[in-house]
Design a protein around this ligand. Structure first.
Ligand code: HEC
Length: 153
């Protein structure tokens, strides 16, 4: 609970300090964060699923830490009012519902946050099987949000 409040406090602080940033810049930041997480998800996937012979614990830990760091960075602040339309690296794919269903979004975001942090813990232990299982949970938490709140390309 304490963590939730902290996360909210950090998010609103970030929202304040980025008040001067244009909407398109916020959209660009969030698209960047998500894209960079995806690259790191793929790197872990390659090492525990597609090419298990390439497994390198330090590399998996590095990628898991990136994903957790982005998850913990207060991404919510990048969905400030006015960012429902606009263009970052590409036109935003966010759905209007994300700005309306705040309770559901918070639940999905917190699940994603939890799974991402858990992946960083599991990665340190270095068991490819456990990492694979936790990677699946993270991927599912990404998908759960996309299905509701990200428009198809
Ligand atoms: C709480 C909701 C939510 C979660 C959790 C989430 N995403 Fe997304 N994602 C979005 C939304 C909304 C967009 C569209 C952003 C935009 O275009 O403004 C997006 C966009 C993206 C994009 C496209 C970025 C671009 O280049 O425009 C990728 C890739 C992506 N997400 C990957 C991920 C991965 C990987 C995870 C999990 C590790 C994840 N997302 C978790 C909501 C979420």
């Amino acid at each position: 609970m304490k963590r939730l409040f902290l996360a909210i406090a950090v998010a609103s602080l970030a929202a304040t300090s980025y008040a001067h940033a244009g909407s398109n810049e916020l959209i660009k930041f969030r698209q960047s964060g998500y894209a960079f997480m995806e690259w790191n998800m793929h790197k872990i996937q390659a090492q525990v699923i597609d090419h298990p012979e390439s497994f390198d614990r330090a590399q998996v830990v590095a990628s898991a830490n990136v994903i957790a760091a982005i998850a913990n960075s207060g991404l919510g602040a990048l969905f400030a009012p006015g960012t429902d339309t606009g263009t970052g690296w590409q036109p935003t794919r966010v759905k209007q519902e994300l700005f309306l269903q705040t309770d559901k979004v918070k639940t999905l975001a917190m699940d994603f946050n939890h799974q991402a942090n858990q992946l960083a813990v599991v990665a340190v232990n270095g068991d490819p099987k456990a990492i694979r299982a936790q990677l699946g949970k993270v991927a599912e938490s990404c998908k759960n949000c996309h299905e509701r709140y990200r428009a198809r390309e």
